[in-house]
Design a protein around this ligand. Sequence first.
Ligand SMILES: CC(C)(COP(=O)(O)OP(=O)(O)OC[C@H]1O[C@@H](n2cnc3c(N)ncnc32)[C@H](O)[C@@H]1OP(=O)(O)O)[C@@H](O)C(=O)NCCC(=O)NCCS
Length: 162
Amino acid sequence: MEKRIFFRKAVSEDAELLYQWRNEEASRENAFDPSEIPWKKHLEWFKSKVNNPATYIFILNDAGGSPVGQVRFDIETAGTAVSHVIIDHKFRQKGYAVEGLMETCSFLLRESAVKQILAYIKKCNDISYRTFKKAGFTEIGQTIIKSNDSYIMRFEKVKAQD
Ligand SMILES: CC(C)(COP(=O)(O)OP(=O)(O)OC[C@H]1O[C@@H](n2cnc3c(N)ncnc32)[C@H](O)[C@@H]1OP(=O)(O)O)[C@@H](O)C(=O)NCCC(=O)NCCS
């Protein structure tokens, strides 16, 4: 299959891009904190994350070099990262989230000490559930996050990658 998604590490100049994506309607609806984030608060958060060794933020570009979305991994405990994905609403339903997750998750497992990647998904967020499943995540349990019934999904290092 022809590669359609290319990723790079986020840099300081990406602050506004991430701000727009985070505050977009569907992103807020599906976030565990659905409030609109003010610019100043976002900037403080972004500065604390962009060069933080416990966070990986990747910008996904399409074949023409346009930024189409982001994947973020936060190291939760040693060997375990939690993943988040947002695709710009103009570029949805093209398979970019699935491809972007597959590419960045494989990279993280190959290039870091992370052994498993988790995703927490609200049960009402059927599109995300299907996206993560198609990207290779499996449902491993359920939990409640901020009063939201949620799925816990996991992407693991397969033997061939060891
Ligand atoms: C969830 C999200 C990342 C999916 O991105 P995407 O690039 O559109 O997804 P893909 O094109 O890779 O499609 C993945 C699956 O979702 C389905 N899908 C995507 N958008 C859909 C829509 N609006 N309605 C129905 N199905 C949809 C696709 O058809 C595909 O499933 P299928 O192969 O079984 O049909 C995107 O909708 C988004 O950014 N939402 C807001 C942020 C968010 O919810 N993030 C996840 C929080 S856990």
